[in-house]
Design a binder for this molecule. Structure first.
Ligand SMILES: C[S@@+](CC[C@H](N)C(=O)[O-])C[C@H]1O[C@@H](n2cnc3c(N)ncnc32)[C@H](O)[C@@H]1O
Length: 373
């Protein structure tokens, strides 16, 4: 059944604001009274997804509404580090965005978690032990090269997809709140889920402005049917993935582009040169081993691509670039390399530690320029 975005989450909040604490079964029963039946797996996904920023676990399978959506910026961030012009905060980004000064950010460039479950403690433990399984697929080694595990987004069920839709709807609303009119909001995605992100974030009030195609060959797709590859040697189940889509959204303009540029310093993309506008297809390659050694994050994005993108999102080169899912700080490093101010939020203490070390090293890399097309 198709429901309005946010309705399941809002109904859970409505119920829990009246109850002290409730079990999964009680929450599910309350939901079926309010909005009709919702599968247990979906309720569990919503609760997991929004814990700890909305809900707290009180006992096994019991939840209550978290107090403190009115936190001050200092309380939302557990720790803060200044690295050149970048500010890195250890915080849960939804909480931080809620407590942040409205209209204080000129651009967002971010690579959010997609499996939703992929950055939960359990899945991260599996990844760190290189066990594979769950959301992680450990690809085969080729020519002695060990490949990093990849998240398998095809394993998401309907409940997880609906949860993802709500996640990006909520994220979009908060991004709308903290950005200035005309701010570019660029969100890394993948071919299987890009429609969902674009839909949810535009429903939240951001304008959809297209996609950036990062031309890159990944290890996804192109395989013959599993356990039947000899029988069907000329078949690949999915196309071999050769691009990564990044959704382009914009905080709606205030007035005409020139009015917005004058007042807010936003409302367009910085050109590459006099003769070349910023384009939406960017030649790229997988992140180099040199960068991976500096920042061994499972989703590290390459500096060459990020520097090109980050430079362009501030049309006049003025303002702050925000990355609410900062990981190992690659966006902040790109901003430092260009000379822009930036803010990064990361909730995982071990990635914050990695980022503190990696940002200056990534920013200092001299990267061979490649014509982006
Ligand atoms: C896809 S990774 C980004 C990696 C980044 N592109 C890089 O190059 O290092 C997403 C990051 O968001 C973090 N994260 C997930 N949920 C978060 C939340 N609610 N608040 C802050 N950080 C979060 C994860 O720990 C993870 O490091």
């Amino acid at each position: 059944m198709r429901r309005a975005p946010g309705i399941v989450r809002d109904s859970i909040i409505g119920y829990l604001s009246a109850a002290e604490s409730a079990s999964l079964a009680e929450i599910q029963e309350a939901l079926s009274l309010r909005i009709g039946g919702v599968p247990t797996s979906s309720v569990r996904s919503y609760l997991n997804l929004n814990t700890p920023h909305l809900f707290e676990r009180t006992a096994r399978g019991h939840y209550r509404l978290k107090n403190g959506c009115d936190q001050s910026p200092n309380e939302a961030a557990e720790q803060s580090f200044k690295i050149d012009r970048a500010t890195l905060l250890q915080a849960e980004c939804f909480e931080w965005l809620r407590s942040c000064e409205p209209r204080s950010v000129q651009a967002v460039v971010t690579d959010p978690p997609y499996g939703l479950v992929e950055y939960t403690d359990g899945e991260q433990a599996k990844l760190r032990e290189a066990r594979g399984g769950g959301i992680w697929r450990v690809p085969p080694s080729y020519d002695g090269h060990k490949r990093s595990p990849l998240p398998r987004f095809t394993v998401l069920n309907d409940g997880e997809r609906a949860a993802l839709q709500d996640f990006f709807f909520e994220f979009g609303k908060l991004v709308l709140r903290v950005t200035v009119p005309g701010a570019n909001v660029i969100v890394a995605s993948n071919p299987l889920l890009v429609h969902l992100v674009a839909n949810a974030m535009s429903q939240a009030g951001l304008e959809l402005r297209g996609n950036i195609v990062r031309l890159v060959m990944t290890m996804r797709g192109g395989d013959r049917p599993k356990n039947a590859h000899n029988e069907f040697p000329n078949v690949s189940v999915m196309p071999r993935s050769m691009f990564e889509p990044w959704v382009i959204l914009r905080h709606p303009l205030e007035g005409r582009v020139q009015d917005n540029l004058r007042r807010w310093k936003t409302g367009g993309f910085q050109r590459i040169s006099d003769t070349k506008p910023f384009g939406d297809v960017i030649k790229s390659s997988p992140t180099s081993p040199r960068e991976r050694k500096i920042a061994p994050h499972p989703s590290l994005k390459p500096q060459l691509f990020l520097r090109h993108l980050v430079r362009s999102v501030l049309p006049l080169g003025e303002g702050v670039v925000l990355d609410p899912f900062a990981g190992s700080g690659s966006t902040l490093a790109a901003a430092n390399a260009i000379g822009y101010a930036s803010i990064g939020i990361e909730k995982d203490a071990s990635f914050v530690k990695m980022a503190r070390k990696a940002i200056p090293q990534l920013a200092a890399l001299s990267i061979q320029h490649v014509d982006p097309i």
